[in-house]
Design a protein around this ligand. Structure first.
Ligand code: NAD
Ligand code: UFG
Length: 333
């Protein structure tokens, strides 16, 4: 079985590539390194002790994309490639719509041209745009993402749904991730965003490592037990394993299915700081800052569909997540 992994050099893509290789799949990886580094590919090969073909291709370049399908017999695609920074999407909406949506349209057209009709797609909990003290299920409405990034994910889900309606041979599993975090236990791959991190755990890791002075906690006056925002943090290795289950599901079913990937547990910013201090043995200096525009108070998953449909549930806890991030941070220096 040959799986094309778009965005395979990225954070979630690299962990999924190692799981695929260890699971006996053949992979072909595509990335344009807009948000990743070529060195990650060697680390994947080192962990899995297997080599794989790589294409430095941008999804926007149709001819280059077509060449991959001409040269390789692709059975299914796991589609991670996309831009993902919320604030950047507000500043550069055209770039986000073009990259994420046109890129996906190109990919789907070429897949159809070559009769490859199975896809696992990286969607996001951001499509819900809901502030709720209840865990969020897949049917939750209204779906009102409040930033261009979230809108690209919702639009892509709808496009994929329409493709499945138009051709009943298509099979798409759209996975709505909650808050991916953690790193591989080897310490070789993890999340290393370019520039100053937007997300909580990469930011804390850089504070613990002395690269940044202190964390700003965005608001301590939310209607939550300690006043800070609550999220569902999921270990990237658990997430990667869910993609193998989703792939199997895509081979056994047709049509589009949409599935949450989270743990069902919510943690506050203060709880995350405490967990990271435990894992690293370092004090995390912080200051309370104003709320970040667009942030929700609480967002966590009802993960029961993933369990019943994919037979998957998260196994790694918050301490493991923080420990693995710290190990990775120290290894990369
Ligand atoms: P990432 O930025 O680390 O990985 C994405 C990869 O896609 C990068 O390596 C980037 O270089 C590549 N890429 C982007 N545009 C491309 C293009 N036009 N052509 C070729 N390659 C391109 O991000 P990640 O955290 O690994 O996220 C993977 C997917 O999951 C993304 O689609 C993201 O939107 C989605 N997602 C991520 C999160 C999160 O918090 N990490 C949450 C929900 C959903
Ligand atoms: N936070 C801080 N300080 C920081 C960064 C974050 O206090 O420096 C807080 C936020 O206010 C929030 C929590 O930490 O309460 C988590 O924030 P993140 O930026 O890590 O994550 P978000 O929940 O805002 O968003 C992430 C991804 C989105 C994805 C979403 C899915 O960035 O792409 O999870 O739930 F869509």
């Amino acid at each position: 079985m040959v799986i094309l992994v778009t965005g395979g050099a990225g954070f979630i893509g690299s962990h999924t590539c190692t799981e695929l290789l260890e699971g006996g799949y053949e992979i072909v990886v595509l990335d344009n390194f807009v948000n990743s580094r070529p060195g990650t590919l060697g680390h994947i090969e080192e962990i899995a002790r297997r080599e794989f073909p790589f294409y430095a291709v941008d999804l926007l370049h149709e001819q280059a994309l077509r060449r991959i399908f001409k040269e390789r017999r692709i059975d299914a695609v796991i589609h991670f490639a996309g831009l993902k920074a919320v604030g950047e999407s507000v500043r550069h909406p055209l770039w986000y719509f073009h990259n994420n949506i046109t890129g996906t349209l190109n990919l789907c057209s070429i897949m159809a041209e070559f009769g490859c009709k199975r896809m696992v797609f990286s969607s996001s909990a951001t499509v819900y745009g809901i502030d709720s003290n209840e865990p969020i299920s897949e049917e939750a409405t209204p779906r009102t993402p409040i930033n261009p990034y979230g809108k690209t994910k919702l639009m892509i889900e709808r496009i994929l749904g329409d493709i499945c309606v138009s051709d009943p041979e298509w099979s798409v599993v759209s996975l709505r991730y909650f808050n991916p975090a953690g790193a591989h236990t080897s310490g070789l791959i993890g999340e290393d965003p370019k520039g100053i991190p937007n997300n909580l755990l990469p930011y804390i890791a850089k504070v613990a490592n002395g690269e940044l002075e202190k964390l700003s906690v965005f608001g301590d006056d939310y209607d939550t037990p300690d006043g800070t925002g609550i999220r569902d943090y999921i270990h990237v290795v658990d997430l990667a394993k869910a993609h193998i289950c989703a792939l199997r599901y895509a081979f056994a079913h047709t049509g589009q299915d949409v599935i949450n990937l989270g743990t069902g547990m919510g943690y506050s910013v203060f709880e995350i700081i405490a967990a990271f201090e435990r894992a690293s043995g370092k004090k995390i200096p912080y200051q309370v800052a104003p709320r970040r525009p667009g942030d929700l108070a609480v967002c966590y998953a009802n993960p029961s569909k993933a369990k019943s449909v994919l037979g998957w549930s998260a196994e790694r806890d918050l301490d493991a997540m923080c420990f693995d991030i710290w190990h990775y941070t120290q290894r990369r220096g």
